[in-house]
Design a protein around this ligand. Structure first.
Ligand code: SF4
Length: 97
């Protein structure tokens, strides 16, 4: 999963997934340039945070499973990243929505 460029995790979030308490994961980069972009630093690859290892994110989710219902994946544009499907499968396999 080395192609996943994740730059942030916000947790817990009560607003990103209706009815669920989640961790929100922010992917870097976007191939669109919407003038109303809510995360332009991610979309333009100007985020100053270091990439976060996806394995560490999953380990952290599992540790806090008792308090989390699910995961919200956003960016940037997550579908640009190779390995997204495997990453999501691993999250689902841990029992998260
Ligand atoms: S992250 Fe969303 S809002 Fe921002 S440029 Fe990409 S598609 Fe547009």
């Amino acid at each position: 999963m080395t192609d996943l460029d994740i730059r942030g995790v916000f947790s817990p979030s009560l607003i990103d997934y209706p009815g669920k308490i989640v961790s929100t994961i922010f992917f870097n980069r976007c191939n669109f340039r919407c003038p109303f972009c809510h995360n332009p630093e991610l979309a333009l690859d100007k985020d100053r945070n270091d990439p976060i290892n996806p394995n560490e994110i999953i380990a952290s989710l599992v540790k806090r499973k008792k308090w989390l219902d699910g995961v919200c994946i956003t960016g940037g544009e997550p579908t640009l990243h190779k390995g997204l499907e495997e990453f999501i499968s691993r999250i689902k396999n841990e029992g998260f929505s």
